[in-house]
Design a protein around this ligand. Sequence first.
Ligand SMILES: [Zn+2]
Length: 141
Amino acid sequence: MNYDHSCFHCTKDQRLQALMLKIAELRISTLYLFREQTYRGRCLLSFNGHKGELYELSNEEQTLYMHDLAQAAHAVQKACNPDNINYGAYSDKLPHLHFHIVPKYKNEYSWGSTFDMSPDNKAWLSDGEYDQLIKSIKDNL
Ligand SMILES: [Zn+2]
């Protein structure tokens, strides 16, 4: 498995923990809950291995990753009941494959537009609320 000591998706150090909380290990990736919760249920799916682009994965890895992505999105749908789910993979400054899974709600923030990676008015939850949301998504995986 490729590993980069300077990449927080690989090291899973304090930089990662400041951004997100682990929900579960899936087939070939790890699902996290984003701490910033403007979009209720926002998650991130990080590939287990330091690869930058989808095309760097073998066909089997691509298939497993897409299964994980679909499973994770379905769990978010069941847990949070959004009106749509957006997906984003950008990684300009962090070449470790990951997808943002962003539930969108009609008439709420940026509905009908691209989701905002870093909204101005950040929504933080209490530890208990994070725990509850993680449990709810995990139970639906
Ligand atoms: Zn990495």
